[in-house]
Design a protein around this ligand. Sequence first.
Ligand code: COA
Length: 324
Amino acid sequence: MQAKIISTGSYLPKKTISNAQLESLMDTSDDWIKTRTGIENRRISESENTSVLCGKAALDILKKANISASKIDLIIVATMSPDYLSPSTACLVQDYIGASKSMAFDLSAACSGFIYALSVAEKMLSSGNFHYALVLGGEVMSKMIDWNDRSTAVLFGDGAGGVLLESTDSIGSFISEDIHSDGSRGLALTAGALPVTNPYSENHLTDTYLEMEGRAIFDFATRSVPKSIEAVVDKASLTLSDIDRILPHQANSRIIQSMAKKLKIPFETFALNISDYGNTSAASIPILLDELVLSGDLVLGTGKKIILTGFGGGLTWGSMLIRI
Ligand code: COA
């Protein structure tokens, strides 16, 4: 059995916040944010939590596929901003869409989460035990960040996206993958700390906002991700010229420019929508994929070869070469 992507979808909260609007909240400027990151706007949720963003993205995916939620066997939600530690966001999504027979769980790999979740779902469908799987990436990053910290607050946004996978006897979508973790560098990006605090502990509650060594993450991404892109191409016995588009995690357009330079390929090979949404962590790749399908840039079933590549907290990073 193999797994095939048969539908894409996304959902973004309605409220758009521009760089100029952030100028009234903190000491920043449209020019600084645009030139250092490529971000111009981001969507911010006013009340919908991660499970609702993911649930709405799931309904969009199912509607486009004309498949009922009752047929779904598996739901994986990649997120670093769940509604609760328990129940999982995926269980909340299962209830929201009425996928009563599905197995559902969350996966934590920060901004690489969608890549990790796709990889896991592909293996589960290949086992022959699952037929339809919803793989979602969704985040409400706006509840994770310190709105007084200009070095992180300007970077992130909220949203959700995903794909529907179907198991098939014929050719599937997945050609090769290259996925890594390095826990030894984990503290370079932390969020939602849960220290031991109880009547007997020495600790006191600390703040749990996202904290990041921006420059270190920048260097890690520009060093590790091009190698991972080359690895999936090599494993498939292809060359970069065989690849139609690369869909990178949208963290910073300068990171993507550096990747293009290192790989010696045109910047235009990389798809970008960071200017509209900022960094939506696990949601960024599936939102981008859905936009490219909606615009007709990518057409499901044509067999074009694309690479999805993510990187972020953990540290985690990885790429998948797929036929769309
Ligand atoms: N507005 C205006 N000035 C800001 C600012 C903001 N929002 N944020 C930081 N600055 C200031 C800093 O205080 C610093 O000032 P100083 O020189 O007086 O100390 C200056 O801008 C440069 O800061 P620096 O951190 O060196 O900038 P940078 O060019 O490294 O860009 C990031 C910062 C965060 C945009 C960049 O490092 C980055 O994108 N890193 C990767 C982060 C990421 O993608 N994380 C998610 C991983 S998935």
